[in-house]
Design a protein around this ligand. Sequence first.
Ligand SMILES: Nc1ncnc2c1ncn2[C@@H]1O[C@H](COP(=O)(O)OP(=O)(O)OP(=O)(O)O)[C@@H](O)[C@H]1O
Ligand SMILES: [Mg+2]
Length: 649
Amino acid sequence: MRRSRKRPTAPAPAAAPAEPAAAAPSDTGSEEDLSATKWNFFTEELVRTGLWAKLTRVPSLTAAAVGWAWRAGRRDLLVALGASTVAAVLAAVSLVSVTRVLDALLAPGPITARVEAALPAVAVVAGVAALSGTVRLVSELALSRLGTQAERLVELELFGLTTRAHLVAFDDEEWADAMYRARDRGMYEVPRMVTATLEGLAGLVSLASMGGVLAVLHPLLLLLLVVGVVPTGWAATRAARMEYEAQRRLSTGRRRRWILGDRMASRDSAAELRSYTMRDSLMADYGDLADRERETMLAVAWSQTRTRAVGGLASGAATTLTYVSLGALLVSGMMPLAAVGTAVLALQRTQGQMQNLLYLLNRVYESGLYFADFTEYCALARAHLPAPPTAPPPARLERLEVRDAVFTYPTGGAPALHGVNVHVEKGETIALVGENGSGKSTLARLLGGLYEPQEGTVTWNGTDFTAIGPAVRERISVIIQDHTRWPMTARRNVTMAQDCDPDRLAHAARLSGTDEVVAELPRGWNTLLDTTFASGVNLSGGQWQRIAGARGFYRPADLLIADEPTSALDARAEARFFTTIGEHADRTGAAVVLITHRMASVRMADRIYVLDRGRVIEHGTHAELMAVPGRYRELYTLQADAYSAPGQG
Ligand SMILES: Nc1ncnc2c1ncn2[C@@H]1O[C@H](COP(=O)(O)OP(=O)(O)OP(=O)(O)O)[C@@H](O)[C@H]1O
Ligand SMILES: [Mg+2]
C-alpha cells in the first residue's frame, strides 16, 4: 500500500484516539483497510494542533476563501464585505447611544424630563436596529449567492481536473483515496468555508468596533472578554479536530463500504449477487465496516462531550469572575453605574459575538481541513496532468512505433510490458494475440496514447507521444475491451462528442451491425440506453458491443485500435465485423490494430505479434509464424482442431 508523500511524520500511537476493537474476521480485506496505519501519521499533527496553530492557519485559509469568493462572484463579495463594515459601525453607534440613554435615565431630576432627554438616543438605537436588520438581509443574500456560485466553481474545478488527468492515475490507490475524500466532503466544504470566512471577517470588524467601545469604558473589560470565551473556543476547536481526524481515518473503509453498498443496490450486479447467493456475505462485510465506523464515531462523540463539558465549566467560572470584577469596579467607584450598565450589555453582546467568531473560526478551520483534502487532490490531479505539448499537432499517420517500452501499473508488481517493440504503418493491419493477462490491452492503451511507458518510446511519424500530448488521440479511435455503456441515446453512444453526420453514422452502423440493433429500438437512434429512466431501454451484451464497434468506426481516425471487439458477438455478426473492418481500413486508409482471441480472424493481418507475460515472443505474418513451431502455431492449431475435429462429444 502506498503512503501519502506529503506527511512523513512518525505515527504517535500514544496520542492517537483508540482504534475500535477488531471486528469478526471477514474476507473483504477490510481489516487491512481499516486498521491500516496509513492515516496514523496524521494523528500526531492533529493532536498537536492547538488554538494558536489554528489561528496561524487562518490567514492562508482566509486568503484562499476570499480567492474562491472573488472568482465565484466579485460583486457579491464586495457587497458582503461592505455590509459587514456598515454593520460594525452601526453596532458601535448603537452601544454609544445606549450609554446616552442610560446616562439620561440615571441623571437626577423628574422622571418625565429624564425620559424626554433620553428620547433622541432611544430613536437612534431604534433606527440603528432597523438599519442593521436591512444590512444583515443584504449580507445574507450576498453570502448565499456566493455559496452556490462557489459550489458550482468547485465542482467544475474538480471534474475539470479528473477528466484531464492521465488515465494511469485511476489505477493508483493514493489517487482513489484522495479523490474520494475530495468528492465525498472536500468539495462541499469549500463553499461552507467561503461563507464562514466572510461571516468571520464581518464578525471581526464588528468585534473590533465593540472592543473599541469597551476599551473606552474600561481597559480591564477587554481582558475579561477574552477570559470568558477562551474555554469554549478551546473545547469547540478540539471537538472539531477529533471529528475530522476520525473522518479521515475512516475514509478508506468508507470508500469500501460505499462500493459494497453500490454493488448491493446496483442493477449490474443484482443478477450475479443472487445467482451466487452473495447476500449474506456482502451484508456481513457491510455490517463489519458499518460497525467499525459507528464504534469510532461513538468514541469520538464521547470524547467530544467530555471536552465540551470541561470547556463549559471553565467558561462558567470565567463568567462569575467577570461579574465579580464589574461589581468591584462599581463599588470602588472606578466606573459609574451607567457605564457599568452599558458594559454589561456590551460584554454580553461582545461575548456572544466572540463565541460566534470562535464558532466561525472553528468552522473555517474544520472546513479548511476538508478544503485541504480538496486542494491536496487538485494538486495531485495537476501533477497528473499531461505536460504542455512541445510538438505541433500530429500530421496524418505514416508510422507508429513502440520501441523498448516498459510499463508497470502504479499498483506495482511485475511490469505489464517489458521491452516491447511493435510498429504499424499507414494502411497496415497488425494483430496482437496472446493469452489472458499477456499485456495486449495494456499495449493497446500505449498505442492509443492513453498510457505512457516508463521506459522506451511511442512515436507518431517519429515524434514522441509525450511531445505531441493529448492531440494525438484526435487521430486515433479505440474500441475498448471494457467499453462504457453511456447513459445517453443510441445516437450519442456512437457519435460521442462529435456532431452527427448521418452518412457516417449509417456507415458505422452497417459495419458494426448496429443497424440491426437500432431497427428494433422503440425510438430508433433517439432511444435512451439507460433503464434507470422510464423511457430508457436495455440492450444485450452483444448489442452493446455492436454499439461500441460503431463508436470506433464513426470516429474519423488514422489508426483504429479494436480490443476484442467481437468477444460477445454471435457468429454471423462476428464474421461480418471482421470482413467490414478490412473494408473500413481500405476505404479510409486507416491503420488497424486488432486484438482478438479468434485466431482465424488474424490470418489476414500484415503482421501478428504474439505476447506472453508482457513480452513479444514471436512476430511475423500468419504463414511465417505457422512455418515454425511456437506459441502462435500452437494456439492456432488448437482452435482450428476444435472446429475440424470430427464427432465431438
Ligand atoms: N488497471 C490495472 N492495474 C494493475 N494491473 C493491471 C491493470 N490492468 C491490467 N493489469 C495487469 O496487467 C497485466 C496485463 O493485463 P492486460 O489487460 O493488458 O492483459 P490482456 O492481454 O489484455 O488480457 P485479456 O486477454 O484478458 O484481455 C495483467 O497481469 C493484469 O493483471
Ligand atoms: Mg485485454
